[in-house]
Design a protein around this ligand. Structure first.
Ligand SMILES: Cc1ncc(COP(=O)(O)O)c(C=O)c1O
Length: 397
């Protein structure tokens, strides 16, 4: 009996596939600093935790497929008041994480064999979502040497073919930290209009922009409403990654109506967590302000700490909480395994995400890792010491 060729073609996530080595290291009593995954050590809002503790119903029942109405209304209020865009509750579908919103967008817009253009390096799980939807990713490369600035937008246009259905952006970007400027967004929207394709923008890190930079949501451009899908999530904004509550927003009624069929097939998103997400939207405004300030501090810290390690190069991210670092090794995956399997410094080590899987183009990112600076600066300091010592030991072998 054989399993499908399709499933064999999927990649094991570079963020998680080294987890068995981390587990073994922990079983040996080694402390592992997780720089591999965007799981912040920041507390979820008290309002959300209280809501879970005080869930008022006797049954954890199915909810509506398009999401809890009170939560959808809270999302609308947040967009109107905080993001400064005017959307209606009919534009909003609650999804099981931003992940499902990305998958649903690809399913709704593309037929099997269609193409979606994505700047690389990109959020690696998009690779799997594209495979699930039977869609090809066509990449446009940005380089560490250019601080991951976007390549000339004309390069995106050159990639558009008769099979292209959408451009998928992520801003602020995981893993590069790039934030799309209003000018870039407008140029890309005009390009989409000219070629009659959609623009999907994943804005799950919207709140985390540094150096005084402001964020512009794609939903601000109402003239292009019909061709825009915006992805959002409570995972990062409220440090509620395990809640699995995301949002798909589009003013294109056809997109919402057709996507709802997918929502109905999976019945509903988690009921209790939607209740907690609703409460999270009621958290005081300084919750986000404090979290953002903390990430900016961590960004400043880790960029300096990495610059001190011989042979390590990294770009300076403007947003989100990741960076790509180039290491003085040939194969970053082998090095990441070495760190977990064969190395510790004073009983501690780090887990890294090899970056090759964040690129579509072959042979890119082989000597790079993605680092999530989601730990407090004390832990980041110890993690960077482990990394420096690990590189020394690895290159002596
Ligand atoms: C860019 C980006 N989009 C979407 C997601 C998935 O978010 P969620 O937890 O809401 O599924 C992540 C998670 O790390 C991400 O980095």
């Amino acid at each position: 009996m054989e399993i499908s060729n399709r499933i064999r073609g999927f990649q094991a996530s570079p963020i998680r596939r080294l987890s068995p080595y981390a587990r073994e290291a922990k079983q040996k009593g080694i402390k592992v600093y997780h720089l591999n995954i965007g799981q912040p050590d920041i507390k979820s809002p008290k309002e959300a935790l209280d809501a879970i503790h005080n869930y008022p119903n006797d049954i954890i029942a199915y909810g509506e497929s398009d999401g809890d109405l009170a939560l959808r209304n809270a999302v609308v209020k947040y967009y109107n008041e905080s993001v400064g865009v005017d959307i209606s509750v009919n534009d909003v579908l609650i999804t099981t994480g931003g992940s499902e919103a990305i998958l649903f967008s690809l399913m709704a817009l593309c037929d099997p064999g269609d193409e979606v253009i994505v700047p690389e390096p990109y959020y690696t799980n998009v690779h799997s979502f594209a495979r699930m939807a039977n869609v090809s990713i066509v990449s446009v490369t940005s380089l560490l040497e250019d601080n991951f600035a976007l390549p000339p937008l004309s390069m995106i246009e050159e990639r558009i073919t008769s099979k292209t259905r959408a451009i998928l952006l992520n801003s602020p970007n995981n893993p590069t930290g790039h934030i799309y400027s209003p000018k870039e967004l407008e140029t890309i929207l005009r390009m989409c209009q000219e070629h009659d394709i959609f623009l999907i923008v994943d804005e799950v890190y919207r709140e985390f922009c540094y150096d005084g930079l402001n964020f512009t949501s794609v939903l601000k451009y109402k003239d292009y409403s019909d061709r825009v899908i915006c992805i959002d999530s409570v995972s990062k904004r409220f440090s509620m990654c395990g809640a699995r509550v995301g949002v798909l927003i589009s003013r294109n009624r056809n997109v919402i109506r057709e996507t709802l069929k997918l929502s109905q097939a999976r019945l509903c998103s988690p009921t209790v967590e939607q209740y907690a997400s609703l409460a999270a939207f009621g958290a005081p405004a300084d919750y986000i302000e404090n979290v953002k300030r903390e990430y900016e501090k961590r960004r400043d810290f880790i960029v300096k700490a990495l610059a001190r390690i011989p042979g390590v190069k990294c770009a300076r991210p403007n947003g989100a909480f990741y960076l790509i670092a180039q290491l003085p090794v040939e194969d970053a995956e082998k090095f990441a395994i070495f760190m977990l399997k064969d190395f510790n410094y004073k009983g501690e080590t780090v887990m890294l995400a090899p970056a090759e899987g964040f690129y579509e183009s072959k042979d890119l990112g082989r000597d790079q890792v993605r680092i999530a600076y989601v730990l407090n600066t004390d832990d980041l300091e110890k993690a960077c010491i482990c990394l420096a010592e690990g590189l020394k030991a690895y290159n002596q072998n």
